[in-house]
Design a protein around this ligand. Structure first.
Ligand code: PAF
Length: 229
């Protein structure tokens, strides 16, 4: 497995692989990898000749009072996991390598202003920007995202609107045994918060059960809200 930190050396490797006729899969991550990421890398391994994992805590998707500095990082453990699954390359650039000052943004307003975009106004703009840059650097045939939030829908819309010739593959959320979705940020939770967080998966399960009974969307939402509240 190779590790690159610059855009140029990454592009050189990709150029060589493409010349040899290899298909390329990309798994964009912010590192501190868990079983959710592992399942994406595994699927990417099964479907592509070359597996590229990007490991970059992207500053442009964090708001001014969010957890950019505190975001958990452990590159050693990440690279061991990637090696074990059989990734070919980890691309782990610095912020200076990825962004000039000032730099361009990619923004898909439609979804940025709804769902989680409502409370995190610059978040999806930062995600679209970094993912577009990664798409241009790695030029993958396929890119892999978890179904964890609106990001997947956003990426599908983005490749369509901006004519990226890339297949977006959505993969199921991986959960702890008690239902909590795996997330790098779960390490922030104390015991009480962790158990409170379970209301989210309980609400999803409630929604799934109620949909089977034929209730309409408003009723399903009301029942899910009640579980959370
Ligand atoms: O979901 C994430 O981990 C990030 O938003 C992503 C897609 C790697 C972009 O930084």
């Amino acid at each position: 497995m190779q590790i690159t930190t610059t855009i140029n050396e990454t592009k050189e490797l990709i150029k060589k692989w493409k010349k040899d006729g290899k298909s390329i899969g990309l798994v964009p991550t912010m590192g501190f990898l868990h079983e959710g990421h592992a399942s994406l890398i595994q699927k990417c391994r099964e479907e592509n000749d070359i597996v590229v994992v990007s490991d970059f805590v992207n500053p442009t998707q964090f708001g001014p009072n969010e957890d950019l500095e505190a975001y958990p990082r452990d590159f050693e453990r990440d690279s061991q996991l990637c090696e074990r699954i059989g990734a070919d390359l980890i691309f782990c650039p610095s912020s200076e390598e990825m962004y000039h000052d000032p730099h361009a943004f990619v923004s898909i307003d439609l979804l940025s202003e709804t769902l989680c975009g409502k409370t995190r106004p610059i978040h999806f703009k930062g995600v679209c920007t970094v993912v577009s840059k990664l798409f241009n650097i790695v030029t993958p045939n396929r890119a892999y995202f978890g179904q964890k939030d609106a990001q997947l829908a956003l990426q599908r819309l983005m490749v369509l609107d901006l004519n990226f010739d890339i297949e977006i593959i959505g993969c199921p959320i991986i959960r702890e045994e008690d239902g909590l979705a795996k997330s790098s940020r779960n390490t922030y939770l104390n015991t009480q918060e962790r158990s409170a967080a379970l209301c989210l998966s309980r609400a999803v399960r409630t929604g799934q059960q109620i949909i089977q009974t034929g209730m309409d969307a408003e009723q399903v939402l009301a029942a899910m809200r009640a579980v959370i509240e």
